[in-house]
Each structure stands twice: as C-alpha cells, then as structure tokens.
Design a binder for this molecule. Sequence first.
Ligand code: HEM
Length: 481
Amino acid sequence: MEALEKDLHYYFYDPKQLRRFPNAHPFSGITNLWFVYEAFLGRRYLTLQKKHQGPPAAKPVLRVGPNHLSFYSREAIKDIHGHGTLMEKGVHYDLLAGTHRHLADVVDRGEHTRKRKMLAATFSQGSLSKYDDLVGQKMLEFTGQMDRYCQSEPLDPTLRPVVDYRRWAILYTQEVIAGIDGSTYQARYRDSIEGSMHRDCVFSAFPTWYHGLVTVTCELIPQYRGYARRAKAFGDIVRHQVRRRIAQCTDEEDPHSDLMSALLRDRKNESLNLEFGELFAEANVILNAGSHSTGIAMTNTINSLLHCPRAMRILQEELDVAIPDPNDIPSFEDVKLLPYLRACFDESMRMNAPSQFSLPRKTPPAGARIAGHWIAGDTQVTTPTHAIHMDKEIWGDPDIYRPERWLGDDGKRLQEFFLAFSKGPRGCIGRNITYMEQSVMLATMVRRYNISLADPKFEVSRYETVSTIVDALPLNFSRRG
Ligand code: HEM
C-alpha cells in the first residue's frame, strides 16, 4: 500500500519533475506493472529498443516506471557508468543481497574498492597464464566428448549425431570457473541459476514487495518453489566447498593460485581473516557471474558464425595459420592476439549481449546531470544495452553480423559504445577470464571440426532474465582434415 502511495505521489505531485519525459507506456508514470509484464515475457530489452528507437521518432529519454528513467544516448553511458560517475548501484542490488555483500552487489564505494583491490591481481591479464593448464585440460575433455560424437555410427546413416552446443558450452565454463574458484562439485547448476535469474528480473521491479512476492510464489506456484529449492541446494554445495577449501589452505600457499587464495591471504601471505559469509558470497557470485554468461556468449558466437558463412571462412583461414595441426589444442597465448577471433566475439556480444538487463543505478541524494538533463536525487537510471548496441547512428548497419567493424582504429573507437561488460568502476572484473575461455574454445572448435546447424532453418530462441538465456542449439560436427 505504502509503495502504491509513493508511486501515485510521484505521478500526481511530480516532485522530481519526471513528467517532462515521455512515458514508455501510458501507465509507466503510475506503475511498474507493464515493465514487470515485459520482464515476465522475457522480452523487456526488445520492447525498450522499440520504444526508444521508434517509429515514429527516436526518444532519447523514457520514463519506464514512476521513479525510473531509461537513457538511450551516448552521453548517458559516460554519465551513468563511466569512471568518476556519481551514480550508485540501485535498489535492485539491495534486494538480492545476502547476509554479506559480494563484489557485484556491494553499494558502498569504500567497501567496493577494498574488495576489488583484493581480487584485482587474480583477475588481471598477467595472471591468466596460471589457468592455462586448467583450461587446456577442460578443453581436452570437451574435445574427447565431441570426437566421440563424430565417431559414433547412427543406425540410420543419413542421420548425423546432434550435439546441443549450448549445454556443452555451459558445462565447459562451469568446469573452468569451478577450478579457478578453487572448488569442484556437482549440481544442477543451469536449472538453479536460470530460475532465480527469471524470478529476480521480474520481481525486483517491485522493491517493496520483492521479498513478499518471493515467499508467496514459493508457497503457491510449484515452478517458483522449484527455483528456490534448486538455488538453495546450489548455495549449500558452495558453502560446503568453501569450508573444505578453507581447511585445505596452508601457510605456504601462493596467495594468487586461485580465487579463494586471494580471499584467504594477502600479497605478504598473511591471513585476511574475512568472515565466512563474505568468503561464501564472493565464491558464489564468481561461480554465477563467471560461468553462465560465458556459456551464453559462446553459444551466441557459434550461432552467429553459422549464419554468416563468410565470417566463418575468414576465421577458419586465420586459425589454420595460427594452429597448423588441427589436433592441437591451442593455449590462450597462441590465440589471444588473433584479431578476427576477438572481433567475432565482440560482434556477437554486440548483437546479443549475454546480459541485456539494464544494470540499474540511482542518482546520488543531491541529484546529478545526465546527458544534459538535471535529474533529482534517488531516481533509478539505466542505459538500454540492446538499443545502444543496435543504434544505426553508431553502427551504421547494426542488424548485420560484421566482425570487421571491430578491426583497426575504427574498432577501438567503437569500444566506447560497447556495453556487454558495462563500463567504469563497476565494469566486469572477469572480462579477461571470459576472453581466455572463449578464445581457446572457439579456436579449438573451428580449427578441429566442420560445424553446421542440424536444421539449416533453425533460429535460436532467447529469454531475458538477469542474463539473456539461450535455448538449445542443435549442431552437427565432423572432424576437419
Ligand atoms: C561473456 C561473459 C561475461 C559478461 C557478458 C559479463 C558481464 C558483466 C556485466 C554487464 C557486469 C556489470 C554488472 C552490474 O553492473 O550489475 C559484470 C560485473 C561482474 N562480473 Fe562479469 N561478465 C562476464 C564474465 C564474467 C566472468 C568470467 C566473471 C568471473 C570469473 C565475472 C564476474 C563479474 C563480477 C564479480 C562482477 C562485479 C564487478 C564489480 O561490481 O566490481 N564476469 N559482468
């Protein structure tokens, strides 16, 4: 009731003068309901794109909720996410926080800086070589499985074995990230994370009711009860493994041998004495943020390449030179500087960012200027990633998969508008790790196999939650000579 009163107050008295901006929906000045409905259908990012871009005319600022503005403008990227921004993480992160904040949901700037410093070395470009063996080992297991598919002989020789690439890509990233996190275990990971992300994406638009909605839907709707049960089971496993990892920690341990070491000991190898709750929160977020989005990105890239044979051919040519023997599994060192390989990921993440969720921020209490507009304090502000990634004025031909746009100086300039990893102080800390995983995987797959869609007319389906989930991608594989 209190929340409804607040929304009506915002609408009728307009204390923040938000009525000067056009509504995304006739009711968006009064209620978040339409936004929740779009989230429930898993297509909020597409609707926002249409509303911002028109027709009839582009709308750079939209009021998408009683206290929420969406900024479709280049200037706003810097003002909301850039270094030196005054914006804070929005109420969404408070809702999802557990007993202890982790790097992604901590709001306090000082706390965030402390955490980021603690983890910076482990995630730096220079540290990646220590994960080479782990990634190589997981890739070997992966190709072993794919080779078995290639060798299998179906009863009907006209049928070739079909592999769900999405499933295997996510399994590979889970295995790698669990190794980096310092723990390995079995869980119904994808089920647990996708359900919770759907629930959080939909309900977090109602901050006051969030916890009540979670409780009531858990009681009444079996599907939501299932999400909660699986998420709890996953959390229990992480908790157990963190305890085990702490027990194994020794005084001689290299403080940066894996993520947990960096949380247990500082550079001088002295104990950091973090509370168990904080260790659990950090391990949990790395496992969640670190595996699913990379698996989605890998699935989208291979799908984009299969729909663009020209780009696939150029990539194959680049890889044939870099990896002369198709049986080899390259290290990251072998492939990290291949320009076309990298361009293929960036182009795919531009068209289908693994997280289209508009990363909610709020203005500081005294208010702030965004893209030339003065916005009152404590207003939720977002940038619509997909709409910006599909802006004709920036990209020229945004609907076309064209990795070439990322090459050379033009490509460097475009990075300014690339939001897949967000920007600035709250940008993704795992960016180097995901490029390592994606590079080794895609280079190996494209060099080693002929890959095709099991059904040439197949279009992958997507559903937006906190990440934009991709459905199964059925592919055929055979070994390249
Ligand atoms: C394709 C893969 C990935 C994408 C698209 C991605 C995207 C993002 C985005 C958009 C954010 C900003 C979130 C926000 O503002 O709420 C973020 C933050 C973060 N990501 Fe990633 N990420 C990826 C891979 C990874 C990996 C591999 C890890 C860890 C191993 C990771 C760990 C994190 C963490 C801890 C944060 C919070 C950073 C902070 O607030 O300081 N991510 N990521």
